[in-house]
Design a protein around this ligand. Structure first.
Ligand SMILES: NC(=O)c1ccc[n+]([C@@H]2O[C@H](COP(=O)([O-])OP(=O)(O)OC[C@H]3O[C@@H](n4cnc5c(N)ncnc54)[C@H](O)[C@@H]3O)[C@@H](O)[C@H]2O)c1
Length: 440
């Protein structure tokens, strides 16, 4: 397949390297596109020459030219979230399929643009929810699919971002709703997708609260960090601050961002305590589902540890899953932590069983290699009993919980998702089964 990648920042590397290193016999990267000429040049250098020619690179203003000249069959979209709809629409209109990073998009207006373009073109977008593919999470899907605990009635789901990973959302574009949709969309799209996928259901009503409790000037003042700079590299307190991101001494960050600043002014190390930050760091939601189940959800971005805890109550028993995760984000200060997952099953009237947790090698708890094989290995088995390759329908449902939660925080009211969709002229089917919603 002829593949083009748009947005060649940190995340695109996983796709690029996988295609180049593992699937070069089946696919070719024919073009790269980005607003930043430095990052374009860095990425192009990592792609083997074809007929002694370097891969074609295009500025953002030349994306239509890229489509016309390179005739890609697949576009991989790894730009900041608020731009996904632009490239998905252009790709669909040009007859290309799309692989898009999560979240599929950030608001209802953009969701409508994607759904309308998909209807017109009949092309497919696969939204890469890598958590679905991590063996430990797939095991939970297997247990629920097999009716192990009967019908799910109630879920408690807590996601903890620590002060290394969590802080990173407050340094750059993610920190404004208009670019990321806030963490309830940008980050929680993973978690709300997991809930939809695990339970094979979709949300109907959401009530949420949210605030910025930690990443604010008052917190830094209380830590004795008065007189902060706009960014770590120019802050005289950077040696005293636990949140400092030092790009200068980290070659990967320096070359990808600091050395590229001249081209677009993108600052990767803005102060996490800045007044101007617009997103929340403390969020809770109560969600009702079409299946009749309900869920309580908590996300905090300044926890002392990183990971998740989820408890499913079913008509036959309970599943508990706790994962301590160690994330490779640069910057900040983290105590030594060890990746650890525990899953238990307790059926009514029986003792608690600790299960052998499914595991795998590779990033995101072994998720990335499984996902890349499903995405790129044309020779592999395309029948996925877990339906992990999410299409535009589940891409849409995964963001609706967060969008409704954002509306609920703003209004103080419970938000009915069908009414919200109707008011905005959005026609998104409620799938009877997740099995209908995979792109393969
Ligand atoms: N699934 C995951 O675990 C995971 C992890 C990280 C990031 N992501 C997602 O990947 C996407 C990219 O995130 P990232 O961390 O690589 O961000 P990044 O900021 O490192 O990279 C974004 C790239 O897009 C480019 N860009 C900016 N404006 C553009 C435009 N108008 N047109 C084309 N390119 C433009 C930037 O120059 C940069 O090279 C996001 O949607 C993010 O949510 C997903």
């Amino acid at each position: 397949m002829r593949i083009a990648i748009v947005g060649v920042g940190s995340r695109h590397k996983m796709y690029r390297d996988s295609i180049v290193e593992d699937y070069a016999d089946q696919h070719q990267i024919v073009a790269l596109c980005d607003i930043n000429e430095h990052r374009l040049m860095l990425s192009a250098k990592e792609i083997p020459l074809v007929n002694e020619q370097q891969v074609a690179t295009y500025k953002v203003t030349e994306f239509d030219q890229l489509l016309a000249e390179q005739k890609p069959e697949l576009i991989i979209v790894t730009t900041p979230d608020f731009l996904h709809d632009v490239y998905i629409k252009k790709a669909f209109d040009a007859g290309c399929n799309v692989i898009c990073e999560k979240p599929m998009t950030i608001n209802l207006e953009k969701l409508k643009i994607i759904l309308d373009a998909q209807k017109r073109s009949d092309q497919a977008v696969t939204v890469t929810f890598n958590y679905r593919y991590s063996p430990a999470r797939t095991q939970i899907k297997e247990l629920i699919m097999n009716d192990t605990i009967g019908d799910i009635t109630a879920v408690d789901f807590r996601w903890h971002l620590d002060r290394v990973h969590g802080a990173d959302y407050f340094r750059r574009w993610h920190r404004q709703h208009k670019f990321s949709g806030g963490l309830l969309v940008h980050k929680s799209t993973h978690h709300f997708d997991l809930l939809n996928w695990w339970m094979d259901s979709t949300p109907t009503q959401v009530f949420a609260t949210g605030s910025r409790a930690f990443y604010r000037p008052e917190t830094a003042d209380a830590m004795g960090l008065q007189g902060r700079g706009e960014r770590c590299s120019e802050c005289k307190l950077s040696n005293k601050c636990d949140m400092t991101l030092n790009m200068r001494d980290q070659p990967e960050l320096k070359s990808l961002y600091q050395d590229a600043e001249y081209a677009d002014g993108y600052m990767r190390d803005q102060c996490v305590f800045a007044e101007e930050i617009g997103i929340e760091d403390t969020m809770q939601a109560h969600i009702r589902y079409a299946s009749g189940a309900s869920a309580n959800y908590t996300l905090v971005a300044y926890s002392p540890w990183e990971g998740l805890e989820v408890v499913f109550q079913g008509t036959k028993g309970e599943i508990r899953h706790r994962h301590i995760e160690v994330h490779g984000v640069f910057g900040g200060k983290r105590e030594h932590a060890v990746d650890n997952t525990v899953t238990t099953l307790q059926l009514a009237g029986e003792a608690v069983q600790e299960l052998d947790v499914w595991s795998g090698e590779g990033n995101h708890g072994g998720a990335d290699p499984v996902m890349l094989d499903i995405l790129f290995n044309e020779k592999g088995d395309k029948q996925d009993k877990y339906s992990r390759a999410a299409n535009h329908v589940m891409g849409g449902w995964s963001i609706l919980t967060g969008i409704a939660a954002n509306q609920s925080i703003a209004s103080g009211n419970m938000v009915d998702i069908d009414q919200m969709l109707q008011r905005n002229g959005i026609d998104l089917p409620r799938p009877v089964s997740i099995m209908e919603t995979q792109t393969l």
